[in-house]
Design a binder for this molecule. Structure first.
Ligand code: GRF
Length: 216
């Protein structure tokens, strides 16, 4: 079976991108990373792609006159690489409605909280401040509303009484890296369907369920 050509958009360290890349090494995995794009030239994700021999492009937003021009350059790169599916992994740029519409159902993101709680940045600090007992991560389809698209998969992490923000962030990140490849596989294999505001599992989860919790 032919593998889906995905692009991963990063702005930073790229550990989720690296996790996706590790997953693609399995011959049974349904996708290949055909392109890594970063808007930040110094992003660790770009260095990793380079080291691993993955095609990559730095498209520095600072070298463009407008947000639209930058995004058009990203779109052009995706087109040239014949990308079928886009994963955001710590991509710190707001995408236009046009881009999001164009990739509807083929654009997913990973977010470091149990959405809909803690939309936006600094999720771990806010979770600790709020005193939640359970935190985690979410993979979701991207819509025009920030971190609000249909939820594909989540992993929960218990907040410990003596936690620090760093320790909590590290435990959540480990779950992100386990979850993102599974969630991507679910979408590519059409095991989830976007239905209204929700992503409905229609064909069984892969390996383990999509919350990481026991169901009974
Ligand atoms: C992750 O926590 C991800 O959920 C968020 O940005 C962070 C990126 O980390 N969107 P990395 O670059 O994948 O290591």
């Amino acid at each position: 079976m032919s593998r889906t050509r995905i692009a991963v958009l990063v702005s930073g360290r790229g550990s989720n991108m690296a996790a996706l890349l590790r997953a693609t090494l399995d011959p049974d995995y349904p996708a290949d990373i055909a392109l890594v794009v970063s808007n930040v030239p110094s992003a660790g994700g770009i260095l990793h792609a380079q080291e691993q021999g993955v095609p990559f492009k730095v498209i520095d937003h600072k070298t463009f006159d407008s947000r639209e021009d930058h995004e058009d350059a990203v779109t052009q790169a995706l087109k040239e690489a014949e990308i079928e599916f886009v994963c955001l992994a710590g991509y710190m740029r707001i995408l236009s409605e046009r881009f999001i519409k164009n990739w509807r159902g083929r654009l997913i993101n990973i977010h470091p909280s149990l959405l809909p709680a803690f939309v936006g940045v600094d999720t771990h600090a806010r979770a600790m401040e709020r005193g939640v007992r359970v935190h985690g991560c979410t993979v979701h389809f991207v819509t025009g509303e920030l971190d609000a698209g249909p939820i594909i998969a989540q992993r929960a992490v218990a907040v410990q009484p003596d936690d620090t923000e760093e320790a909590l962030a590290a435990r959540v990140l480990a779950q992100e890296q386990a979850l993102y490849p599974l969630a991507l596989q679910m979408v590519i294999e059409k095991r989830v369907r976007w239905s209204g505001d929700n992503a409905v599992v229609i064909n069984g989860a892969i390996g383990e369920d999509l919350s990481g919790l026991q169901s009974d």
